[in-house]
Design a protein around this ligand. Sequence first.
Ligand SMILES: Nc1ncnc2c1ncn2[C@@H]1O[C@H](COP(=O)(O)OP(=O)(O)OP(=O)(O)O)[C@@H](O)[C@H]1O
Length: 322
Amino acid sequence: MSRPFLEIAGARKQFFVGDTVVNALNGVDLRVERGETLAIVGESGSGKTTLANLILGVEKPTDGALFLSGARLEEARDTTQRRRIGLVQQNPYSTLNPRKSIGQAIGLPLAVHGIGRRAERRRIISEKLERVGLNSDLQDRRPLALSGGQRQRVAIARALTTEPDLLVLDEPTSALDVSVQAHILRLLSDLQKDLGLTYVFITHDLSVVRVLASRVAVMYRGRIVEEGAVEKVFFSPRHRYTQQLLASIPTVSEEEDAVRPGWPWHSDVDSTAIVTDGCPFHPRCPFAQPGCFSGVPDLKGARDHRHACLNPLVAPETFGAA
Ligand SMILES: Nc1ncnc2c1ncn2[C@@H]1O[C@H](COP(=O)(O)OP(=O)(O)OP(=O)(O)O)[C@@H](O)[C@H]1O
């Protein structure tokens, strides 16, 4: 089998807080092909940001390995390979320093990687500003007068300066008004097509997954519990946790309500309680069987739809599929 563009193999990450070990990632395997958008979804604390930090080289895995075009990533810190990965963060208000010019903000990765001299950097910055739909004259101005959407365009321009192949998008639209969100999603989609970019897109907002992503991985407590093509995972979820997440998206029509059974129970279980054995979701799952209390189910299935559940949903219970 050929190597994928981005491969995450058995990634574990532990943090030590005093005497306590936090297992932020518990063995994550993912493959992302060039030009795809993989969305990573899951509730707060499920490990999405930790996974992004491993890809960005901000954190090292405790165990396992990451590969970009077949080359091991954590050995490539500060090399040309790291320039191939850009980051767009959530909050465009906190990521731009009000005392620095927009050009300085966009040019930061160029300075970090020692790319170009002054005139060359100005040319690259102008080109990237225009690429994201902003006037190149903005580079000598400060970000104070910019709107949220314009700031996020600046953040995207900055991520593009090193000509990356892969962008990690960490909730790129969640701090923006809904009308502005649509413009930024369109821009990201156009850039992906024009530049052949691959995206890893972290989000709480399942409605934007449908707009931007081709694949989705659902995380729960540091594990992938379901993964595959968006239409398969969203319209025929197999894992009970995915069903719960999808049931929490507001519906827009009575027709949609009718095909969505909703989540039939409300759990009082503390979602942060430590689960020492069995499926990590079993304390919240009313369909747990004896086998769910010991051993953790593996992700099984074909690449277009895998799930880690011993008692998965079957066709009549799924929603949305016509
Ligand atoms: N530097 C750290 N030190 C200790 N624990 C950490 C650290 N970073 C993350 N964690 C813990 O690891 C787990 C996963 O956190 P992570 O931030 O990756 O989740 P997340 O899904 O991104 O959450 P959110 O959506 O709230 O950002 C959490 O229990 C978190 O408290």
